[in-house]
Design a protein around this ligand. Structure first.
Ligand SMILES: O=C(O)[C@H](O)[C@@H](O)[C@H](O)[C@H](O)COP(=O)(O)O
Length: 231
């Protein structure tokens, strides 16, 4: 692994140790951001999917001033909150509970027929809270990050330095439309963490290092990112 591309690489003996340490790291970074300006709000971006749940289970108990923390998803499937595929459902069940229940959630889904109808409204709630203080990202085995998929329509714009905050994504291999933060917004984060679980994703990340962002969108957000994975 070419370590020079990352700020650092954290390796753990198992998923449980990874979740505990990553949650503690994120809590520490959020607390530092809260302490820097006692009147400011602090934005945390988190992924959906199956990997971050254990990190959320530990992070939600952190003794932080959650009342000043906003939580936004890196991406969302365009489904209602009661849908099993909803990332909002995951975050509300696993992260916005216990002490973290006091945080404010900034939605990426609202009841509208198409995401394009409400992108401006969703962006109006996120824009004033930027930059992201801490971004936790996930990656798929196809080297996508958030909902920035290899070869997807609109990927060039989503990776561009003048990208909007959000984009609607329609990816043939995914059943539902999605809304995603763009690479510019993720890279604007003061701290970035990438959660890599399993050998398949580890191999995919190794491949991504040798590919252009258009073929491996995770490449676009690796600079300065701490990668967390298990041995
Ligand atoms: O909506 C999503 O699916 C996520 O936000 C996505 O970007 C996720 O991080 C990767 O797809 C990895 O997903 P897993 O954690 O399920 O492997």
């Amino acid at each position: 692994m070419e370590g020079d591309r990352f700020m650092k690489l954290e390796t753990y003996p198992d998923e449980e140790m990874l979740a505990i340490d990553l949650a503690n790291t994120i809590a520490g970074e959020l607390n530092s951001a809260l302490m820097q300006d006692e009147s400011a709000r602090v934005l945390l971006a988190v992924p959906g999917g199956t990997s971050p749940g254990p990190v959320f289970d530990d992070l939600c108990a952190a003794d932080l001033e959650w009342e000043r923390i906003d939580v936004v998803l890196t991406d969302e499937r365009w489904v209602p909150e009661d849908d099993p595929c909803s990332n909002t459902r995951l975050v509300k069940e696993r992260l916005l509970t216990a002490r973290a229940a006091a945080a404010r959630f900034l939605p990426l889904y609202t009841a509208a027929h198409e995401p394009e109808e409400v992108l401006a409204e969703l962006e109006s709630m996120i824009g004033p809270e930027l930059p992201i203080a801490v971004a936790l990202m996930g990656m798929g085995p196809d080297m996508h990050v958030a909902s920035l998929f290899p070869g997807m329509e609109g990927l060039e714009q989503a990776l561009a330095p003048d990208a909007p905050i959000l984009m609607a994504v329609r990816e043939p291999s995914r059943q539902e439309a999605r809304v995603t933060l763009t690479a510019r917004v993720l890279n604007g984060a003061l701290s970035k963490h990438l959660l890599i679980s399993g050998d398949e994703k580890r191999a995919a990340l190794e491949r991504a290092l040798k590919l252009p962002p258009e073929e491996a969108p995770v490449q676009a957000v690796l600079g300065g990112t701490t990668v967390h994975w298990t041995e």
